[in-house]
Ligand binder design. Structure first.
Ligand SMILES: [Zn+2]
Ligand SMILES: [Zn+2]
Ligand SMILES: [Zn+2]
Length: 147
């Protein structure tokens, strides 16, 4: 059994063609993927609703997490082992590269802890860092423009 099948099984997900293909994409890419990008890469073989449901069930089962962004586009990335069907556990930072436009999970960088004044209750904390990623920083500017 290959890795894709094993993963789906481990997370209690039925193996459908769409789930297998979407998961394959996430394993092939180091950066987070937006719905539109997934749709583009997989072509017309799956409709929008099927893709949406697939992403949703992956998120529900602790396989993917959605990432807040400043551009209003929701991106998804693979979760680390700590997540499961009952809860997501994330304390890492997301980095969006202004050169290649990709968003990365920086699993080794933790979000800072906030000390809120008395009476304030935090419901959501969106933290996104912008800059140039490790791959882009090594490339001369002209190459970036044509990429
Ligand atoms: Zn998660
Ligand atoms: Zn980059
Ligand atoms: Zn992440």
């Amino acid at each position: 059994m290959n890795k894709l099948h094993q993963l789906l099984e481990a997370y209690g997900l039925r193996k459908t063609k769409c789930r297998i293909e979407v998961l394959r994409l996430f394993l092939e890419h180091r950066h987070a993927l937006a719905h539109a990008a997934i749709e583009q890469q997989l072509g017309p073989q799956f409709d929008r609703v099927t893709l949406y449901r697939t992403l949703h069930s992956f998120e529900e089962h602790g396989l993917l997490h959605s990432i807040p962004s400043t551009d209003g586009i929701t991106r998804y990335a693979l979760c680390q082992q700590a997540c499961n069907r009952h809860r997501h556990q994330h304390d890492h930072i997301h980095f969006s590269c202004t050169a290649c436009g990709h968003t990365y999970c920086l699993n080794e960088v933790y979000v800072p802890t906030l000390r809120m004044p008395e009476g304030y209750q935090v419901e959501e904390f969106r933290f996104c860092v912008q800059g140039v990623c490790d791959k882009c920083v090594l490339q001369p500017k002209e190459q970036l423009a044509s990429a």
